[in-house]
Design a protein around this ligand. Sequence first.
Ligand SMILES: [Fe+2]
Ligand SMILES: [Fe+2]
Length: 331
Amino acid sequence: MRNEVDGLVSISLDDILPNVTLPGDIFLKLGENNFVLIGREGTKERLKELHFFDKVKISNEVYIKKMDLRKFSALRVLASNEIMKNDKISTEAKATVLSKTLNSVFNTVSHLGFSHEALGHSKFVANSVIRLIEETPKLNTLMNILNGVSEELVKHSMATSMISVMISQSKGWNNPSILEKMALGGILHDIGLKEYPKEFLKKPRIEYTSEDLEYYQKHPFRGLEILRTVENVPQEVLAIVYEHHENAIGQGYPRAYRDVRLHPFSKVVALADTFCEVSFVDVHNPEARDPDEAITYIENVLGQPFNKECFNALKNVLMFGIRKASVKIVS
Ligand SMILES: [Fe+2]
Ligand SMILES: [Fe+2]
């Protein structure tokens, strides 16, 4: 969670879009409880012209009123929407912009809770992920693009969303409504972790005590509770969030249900989640793996505990790309 001082919260300098009319006041922290107004709501963003700007650049953060987080986030979604529609902008640049937008959405959820608006913004990101895959249906390329995203949960959620959509397409589930739910489930599957202290999330899982493990394993249920506070979250997305750590052999959590009792969409996202976890380096996974190595790891080290059809669909994406995989299924 970001710093919070007397109703002010810190956001990254990247979260302030250049040359826009500011949707809220911006402050710079000069010292303990000492803030100076450097941008007034309703005026044009002119941070670079301030003599404070060097100080802003060093800390790479500014402060806004907590209640304004929603307005800054909404502005970012609007701007991203324009960027996603622009054919002249590269997929890499779009993915970077989208990751910053999702970071802003998650930050707002951390401070103000999940809301109808946050659901709408998450849907925007989910549909943008589908669009990115349409532009670049190569798994390797997309994983490489996401590798550069610095916020771990944003990177992981975007990648899980992307892989879930690819598995779904490879299975022949191409209905736009299915793809949106799959992508949204991927974006939101770990939303329960947004409440966890940063220090806890930085602790390698290998060092967890039994209490730590028990606490960590509550995040699917917390995610479900958070999303249930808002109307119109699709039932399929709730199932994905609650069941994304289950597996086909009944050795997952929270319920250790076997394949037959799991929602079909959960089986897809559970595999995508693990595939993304073992692909990127983070505090729990010291070694990056390319997609082939990640598949081999799931098969040989983890014993491939996931739904077989989903696993074959993922392998087919790797071998043939999405379009061919969806017509040529090899088990
Ligand atoms: Fe999770
Ligand atoms: Fe996850």
